[in-house]
Design a protein around this ligand. Structure first.
Ligand code: CS2
Length: 481
């Protein structure tokens, strides 16, 4: 790389006027929604520039501000790559530093959509039920300090209250996280919080607001220092916040916007549909369910990335078994979709060697992910007397993972909002069966009926014991072989 490459900056003077506030401006949205929205504006016009918000950390703003908020999106195919400079982001605010500026932006009449990628844990909900967790420290804080919120639901409710007071229309709330019925779930959370503040506000949001459900899909591993360095070498410009993504992308959105006001997304391949549920189930179970399964088992088996994991024939067979025997039979496909072809294409996406998606990254926040990715499929399979041994093995691998020690005796850096509690439960129990029982008692993750069902707990205990004795690779081989 040249000694001091110049900083990337906006090549065009003119930039789009904002129409969207996005909460949680991480790599995923910058490599997915932001690109679609920019393309839709280029194609059909409209003022849909994006004001990004980081809820807590300033890193994203600090990296993007000196480069006029433009960044490079690098598409990594198995053989070649393409680059594009993205200019749709106009500003980045850090909510923890300036909550008032965020509320002011969200209450501006020009803003018609507030979209979110705050990750599963950002909704302050109970993963097992989807309802608001009223004891969440950020929710407790937001009820006491409504004008200085911390949580995403707190910002939504306060900004909607201000709009109502100002006689403005509500914005459309566009949830883009991997949660089941994500729009409906977020609507429930927002209404519950609004009710605690002002029942009239709740009614207004319920009547006038819109919370379309969405299915989002693109594999976007966290950007690494080596990506930044390589890009600077290739372009001669320094971009401190590029995003690396696979070629594939899909966005399915329920046709439900306040006053129908939105970018012309169909023009650029977004599917606007009546019912997102079949797409969402397909993606959460086929992609995210196997991603998490491969992440825990692959990590324990010593594989660093998903591509490395599926390059191991044992795990290639294992994931194929999961799709064919355990997941596809649980699904009703969206009209016109062939699930076998869909999962074959998924395998090719996982195997893309240019995408270095770390198993440790996907393993994060398992307590928030397991219910919708894996446990729902297991429950339905048990009721329908279909096989579930592979998914149950994945749950056992998660239990082993959150115990914090890998197969070689090294410590695992477990990142999860419940990490301390999970470790205490595991450490405090004596022997494999007791550890499984202890972790099954976490109601935020395991519904009481499933945790008491011996058709689940029996095989789970066996799988956990086998993982301790034989290791993840051998256990996965036992399932698919
Ligand atoms: C992954 C997802 O990190 C994870 O938990 O499973 O981010 C996944 O890559 C995306 O949902 C793909 O669309």
């Amino acid at each position: 790389m040249p000694a001091n490459p110049p900083r990337l900056s906006s090549p065009l003077g003119e930039r789009p006027r904002p129409g969207i506030v996005h909460l949680g401006l991480g790599a995923f949205f910058r490599a997915h929604g932001a690109l679609y929205i920019e393309e839709a504006m280029r194609q059909s016009g409209g003022d849909w520039g994006i004001i990004g918000v980081s809820l807590v950390r300033p890193a994203q703003r600090d990296a993007l501000a000196p480069q006029d908020f433009v960044y490079t999106a690098v598409e990594l195919g198995p053989e070649d790559q393409t680059r594009r400079v993205v200019e749709i982001v106009r500003d980045v605010l850090v909510a923890r530093e300036e909550p008032e500026a965020v509320l002011a932006a969200m209450s501006d009449a020009a803003i018609r959509i507030v979209s979110l990628t705050v990750t599963e844990k950002g909704y302050c909900h109970e993963p097992a039920t989807g309802g608001l967790n009223r004891d969440h420290p950020d929710i407790v804080h937001d009820l006491q300090n409504p004008d200085e919120p911390r949580s995403a639901p707190g910002f939504l409710v306060r900004a909607l209250a201000r709009r109502r007071q100002a006689g403005l229309r509500p914005f459309t709330v566009l949830c883009c996280d991997n949660l089941p019925d994500n729009g409906r779930m977020l609507r429930g959370i927002v209404l519950e919080l609004a009710e605690l503040i002002d029942p009239a506000l709740r009614s207004w949001i319920a009547e006038e607001g819109a919370f379309p459900s969405t299915m989002v899909d693109r594999i976007v591993p966290a950007t690494k220092d080596e990506d930044i360095k390589r890009l600077a070498e290739e372009t001669g410009m320094l971009d401190l916040s590029p995003v690396m993504h696979e070629p594939f992308r899909q966005w399915v959105i329920e046709d439900n916007f306040v006053d129908g006001d939105r970018p012309d997304l169909e023009a650029v391949g977004v599917e606007i549909v009546k019912d997102v549920a079949p797409f969402e189930h397909m993606k959460l179970r086929c992609l995210n369910g196997t991603h998490s399964s491969l992440a825990y088992l692959g990590y324990l088996a010593g594989h660093e990335t998903i591509a490395e994991t599926v390059a191991d024939p044992v795990f290639a067979d294992f994931v194929t078994h999961l799709w064919q025997q355990e997941i596809i039979p649980s699904l009703t496909p969206p009209e016109g979709v062939d699930l076998t072809a869909y999962t074959q294409a998924l395998f090719t996406r996982y195997a893309n060697p240019a995408i270095r998606h770390r198993t440790g990254q996907i393993a994060m926040d398992g307590s928030q992910k397991l219910p919708q990715r894996v446990l729902g499929t297991i429950s339905e399979n048990i009721e329908a007397r279909r096989p579930s041994a592979g998914l149950i093995l994945a749950v056992a691998a998660w239990m082993r993972y959150v115990g914090g020690i890998d197969e070689k005796g090294a410590a695992i850096d477990v990142r999860d909002p419940l990490a301390d509690r999970l470790k205490q439960l595991s450490d405090g129990a004596d022997g494999p069966d007791a550890k499984v029982e202890a972790l099954l008692s976490v109601r935020e993750i395991f519904p009481a009926t499933l945790a008491a069902d011996t058709r689940f707990t029996g095989p789970l205990k066996e799988a956990y014991a086998a993982l301790i004795n034989d290791g993840a690779r051998k256990c996965a081989e036992g399932i698919a072989g």
